[in-house]
Design a binder for this molecule. Structure first.
Ligand code: SAH
Ligand code: SF4
Length: 435
């Protein structure tokens, strides 16, 4: 979602005449888009600001803007004002569309010789802003927001506090955007929301549109050949959506279904509203609908009160589901969340030791799964050439596997067939199959 916000900001700036620079040192305007989900990103943000201080002093024309979820937290903005008052523009996620105005106001104030930093944070989102441009990272695929915010309040998570309550875009606006993307050469869309399964849009006539209904509509759009989504909450996945994996050829056979933990006790204290068995039942249904479906997940290690026995249940679950890949996170205490107050926080060394065991288990399975692809021919949407070797290209399979392959011609933006020669832990390698 942050990546897409960055694309939108780049789009807005391009519309008013700015152009993207590849290297940070060449830019006249620097925008740091922050994430508040885990503490590491926080630390990196303040580290980056520290590094920029001297450059800002030396270059009077440089404009430094900071934005993103972190700015929706008052204590962060206070820290910027106290320790980094030289930051030129601060804005949040709710008023991202205001960037061109804020930039303009700053330039005006500089011109008048009264350098005045801009600070504008909106506590609440005021509806949904439609029609913002976007400067896509890839020509052939696009990220599309279908909803904003989250109502789930998982006890570890900061998102509901920084991104606000759940609100769905109208299906009409979404379809309009995707039709325009298709005309612009986009072949694959990734539908974004914190919990896409609870999408609840409304047609102008007042009729409701749920997530499965939305996918059916998008599948009708000429030019769009692949539809993906992220993220779906296991408690809300519907049988209707699962059936689409069987009946809708454009829906990629791939799902990211964050489990977070394998122990019912931990899941309960996380406020996830499903049990291990309920989760496993969803996995069973998904595999019944699409036997080849690739499945990935998110797992948090070291949630307060997690015992060795709880952790074993996570390991067992990983071995049972056999994920294609997984994002693993050390639990990170987030200010203002209920779990911050839990008094049974896990010691760092225990967390790290569990984390290493989990990553080993996941990587072993990923490597075995990818090895099974050797010899297969996969349809790949080509994203572009590799930076290191001009004859190597990267693309993704329907199942979202990253494929690096050699080819004499540039097929960026096209679908090609690739024979897989090697399955590695995080990617596949192969050769182009000439038509
Ligand atoms: N809405 C998505 C998740 C968005 S945050 C969902 O519910 O699936 C992405 C991931 O970050 C989460 O799935 C979780 O695994 C991780 N995460 C969120 N808060 C965290 C925290 N405080 N510590 C560690 N990991 C966290
Ligand atoms: Fe955070 Fe839970 Fe909402 Fe995902 S569903 S964004 S983890 S509160």
């Amino acid at each position: 979602m942050n990546e897409h916000d960055s694309e939108i900001m780049a789009g807005m700036l391009e519309e008013i005449g700015y152009e993207r620079k590849e290297r940070r040192q060449d830019a006249e305007v620097l925008i740091i888009n922050t994430c508040s989900v885990r503490e590491n990103a926080d630390k990196r943000f303040f580290g980056t600001l520290g590094q920029l201080k001297h450059r800002h002093e030396d270059d009077p024309d440089l404009i430094v803007c900071v934005c993103g979820c972190m700015m929706q937290q008052k204590h962060v903005v206070d820290t910027i004002d106290q320790k980094y008052p030289w930051v030129d523009i601060v804005f949040g996620t709710n008023n991202m569309h205001r960037l061109p105005h804020l930039l303009n106001d700053l330039l005006q104030s500089r011109e008048n010789g009264e350098e005045k930093p801009e600070r504008e944070i909106w506590d609440k989102a005021e509806g949904i802003i439609e029609g913002l441009p976007s400067e896509r990272l890839f020509r052939c695929k696009a990220l599309v927001n279908i909803m904003y915010g989250c109502n789930n309040f998982c006890t570890y998570c900061i998102v509901p506090y920084t991104r606000g309550r759940e609100r769905s875009r109208s299906p009409e606006e979404i379809l309009k955007e995707i039709c325009a993307l298709a005309e612009d050469g986009v072949r694959e869309v990734m539908l974004l929301g914190q919990n896409v399964n609870s999408y609840s849009g409304e047609w102008p006539c007042g009729r409701k549109c749920d997530f499965a209904g939305l996918i059916r509509e998008i599948a009708e759009i000429d030019g769009i050949e692949r539809i993906r989504f992220m993220t779906s909450h296991p408690k809300d996945i519907s049988d209707d959506l699962i059936s689409l994996f069987r009946t809708c050829p454009k829906l990629c056979k791939n799902i990211h279904l964050p489990v977070q933990a394998g122990s019912d006790d931990v899941l309960k204290r996380m406020n996830r509203h499903y049990t291990r068995d309920m989760y496993l039942e969803e996995i069973r249904k998904l595999r019944e609908a699409a036997p080849d479906i690739t499945i990935s997940t998110d797992i948090i290690v070291g949630f307060p009160g997690e015992t060795e026995e709880d952790f074993q249940k996570t390991l067992d679950l990983v071995n049972e589901v056999r994920y294609d890949s997984a994002f693993t996170f050390l639990y990170s205490k987030r200010r203002g969340t209920p779990a911050e107050k839990y008094d049974d926080q896990i010691a760092d060394e225990v967390m790290h030791e569990r984390f290493d065991r989990l990553v080993d288990a996941i990587d072993t399975i990923s490597a075995e799964k990818n090895k099974a692809y050797e010899g297969r021919v996969e349809r790949v949407l080509v994203e572009g050439p590799s930076k290191r070797d001009k004859r190597t290209y990267a693309g993704r399979t329907d199942g979202f596997k990253l494929v690096n392959f050699t080819a004499d011609e540039d097929h960026t933006g096209e679908f090609v067939n690739v024979r897989i020669t090697k399955g590695r832990t995080f990617s596949l390698e192969g050769d182009l199959v000439e038509e």
